[in-house]
Write a protein that binds this ligand. Sequence first.
Ligand code: HEC
Ligand code: HEC
Ligand code: HEC
Ligand code: HEC
Ligand code: HEC
Length: 292
Amino acid sequence: MLVVFTALAPQPAFSAPATTIDELVEMYKIDKCVECHKDLNDIHSEWKDSWHGKSIIDPRVLKTWRTFILSGLDKSKGKRRDLKDICLPCHAPQTKDASDELVVKIADLVVTAVDDKDAAKRDTAKNELSKLNINCIICHNLKSVPDGKPEAGAVYGPKGPEKIDPTPHEEEKIKSIKSDYLKTSEFCAQCHHGCPPDMPSSICPTLFTSYKEKFLAHGGKETCQECHMKGEDYKSHKFPGIYEVDHVKEGIDLKLNVKTTEYVYHLENKVVPAVVVKVDVTNTAGHGIPHG
Ligand code: HEC
Ligand code: HEC
Ligand code: HEC
Ligand code: HEC
Ligand code: HEC
């Protein structure tokens, strides 16, 4: 039974850290989850195409990490291993179970994936890195409880075993646990704020402080999930943001009032046609936009 538990979820703290990407992937593998969940709804494919599904190999992230490694870490007292404490805790939190040597290897792969002259080497490096992302286990186990100490092997969900048919999970020896925290904005803030939840914008200005101070404080009610996980039959896992045009339209209410007129162009003493444009832009998102 223990074997099944450890195969599905993070290894208990006493086990040795992973020394290869494949070992790390094994600790956090989602093959079983996908087998069932791809037929229940579209959560798996939605997630795979989302930014969470490519949280390292997103080209912007890869290139910025390359620059940070070469011009930040390598040129200062920093070590490539420090990526483990600086960027990886949010972009691939499973690396907390990686050995320092593996973290250095990940950093090397990032540089290869962007800068290597050989296209085949760049592709191989990118393929390796694509195995690391923010997957089901990260959100439904590792980040599901506020104290950061989830039960190994359990799956935390918004409804809990009383409200779902627990049989399929039980048959796979997966314990279902209800997590109210998953439904809160503080859950997202673990990565989208990165500072302790109560830290104000004067010290840590983030999308989350703008959400609390500019949206909640002025009567806004929705949680991050209510705007970003909207779905017909189930909570969507696409997590649209600023690159999804339809979603951006929801966040900006733009009114243009255009009137034609004419005016005298004083340098030439000519009457020329002109327009007067009145622009009303209202931000209807739950926070400042654009925001990073
Ligand atoms: C506290 C969690 C956290 C840490 C630590 C973190 N990131 Fe991010 N990063 C995020 C989140 C969340 C987003 C998506 C937010 C957004 O797009 O508004 C993001 C997005 C990005 C993007 C895309 C942004 C864009 O709009 O182009 C880049 C590039 C990036 N991170 C690089 C890094 C690098 C390099 C480091 C380490 C120096 C790092 N991140 C550390 C959470 C984090
Ligand atoms: C044998 C099939 C099966 C496997 C394997 C499986 N699930 Fe499920 N899961 C289900 C079914 C069926 C439900 C109930 C669907 C519902 O009621 O919405 C469910 C419900 C859930 C829920 C919602 C629970 C709640 O409390 O709201 C989450 C989250 C979840 N699964 C995640 C996972 C993850 C993560 C894995 C892999 C570790 C996994 N599942 C493996 C079949 C499976
Ligand atoms: C970025 C975090 C994140 C990732 C990654 C993630 N989930 Fe979720 N998931 C959530 C949150 C948050 C909820 C609860 C939303 C709510 O009810 O407000 C949820 C809800 C669910 C539910 C219940 C849906 C419903 O409407 O009843 C299922 C099932 C589920 N997730 C399965 C999965 C599976 C399978 C994967 C991997 C393919 C996955 N999730 C990846 C955050 C995540
Ligand atoms: C484990 C850390 C983590 C958690 C938890 C998390 N996110 Fe993210 N999220 C990220 C990172 C990192 C990115 C950027 C990935 C990239 O651009 O490659 C991101 C990207 C996004 C984007 C797309 C941003 C863009 O630039 O358009 C949205 C929207 C988003 N997250 C919403 C949420 C919401 C809502 C929750 C809570 C239900 C949540 N996230 C939970 C780390 C996280
Ligand atoms: C009232 C609805 C609403 C709420 C609440 C809300 N968002 Fe958004 N969010 C939006 C819309 C709409 C956009 C797209 C608008 C744009 O970026 O131009 C957006 C954009 C984003 C982006 C991309 C921003 C960028 O500039 O890269 C991220 C990341 C994000 N939201 C995360 C969150 C998180 C985390 C929370 C909770 C703390 C949250 N959102 C709460 C509606 C909402």
